[in-house]
Design a protein around this ligand. Structure first.
Ligand code: IDP
Ligand code: MG
Length: 137
């Protein structure tokens, strides 16, 4: 069993599609092992996306991720990391396959509805960033 970190980003929370996105996970055998709705501080967003600090879109990304509440989840299941990435679709919603979360709920790369860990190693780091062990079950 793997665990991965998922974030429903401010654009999707504002569109009121939290439940529809969670349904994609549950319908595909991913269990919600932890979940909370929070507002990220600038510092939270900057640390979480530190790997992108030198990218031209970094400031816009931090601005976007702090523009409203997000829902942070630990998803658990077989091949959870890869399965979540498949359900999400490509980073750019315009290139995402039909039926993926980003194709169905997002319009452009700046506001693309969801985050998902890209490796098992990063999943552990990202889960630790948001959750204490006692919050995950
Ligand atoms: P991912 O979210 O599919 O893993 P990453 O390359 O890790 O994509 O980028 C993190 C986030 O940064 C993306 O989800 C997107 O919101 C934003 N981003 C990535 N590339 C661009 C870009 O070229 N322009 C604007 N925003 C971008
Ligand atoms: Mg990424």
């Amino acid at each position: 069993m793997e665990q991965t970190l998922s974030i429903i980003k401010p654009d999707a929370v504002k569109k009121n599609v939290i439940g529809k996105i969670i349904d994609r996970f549950e319908s595909n055998n991913l269990k919600i092992a932890a979940m909370k709705k929070i507002e990220l501080s600038k510092k939270d967003a900057e640390s979480f996306y530190a790997v992108h600090a030198e990218r031209p879109f970094f400031n816009a990304l931090v601005e976007f991720m702090t523009s409203g509440a997000v829902v942070v989840m630990v998803l658990e299941g077989e091949n959870a990391v890869l399965k979540n990435r498949e359900l999400m679709g490509a980073t750019n919603p315009k290139e995402a396959e039909k039926g993926t979360i980003r194709a169905d709920f997002a319009k452009d790369i700046d506001a693309n509805a969801v985050h998902g860990s890209d490796s098992l190693e990063n999943a552990k780091i990202e889960i630790d960033f948001f959750f204490a062990n006692r919050e995950i079950s």
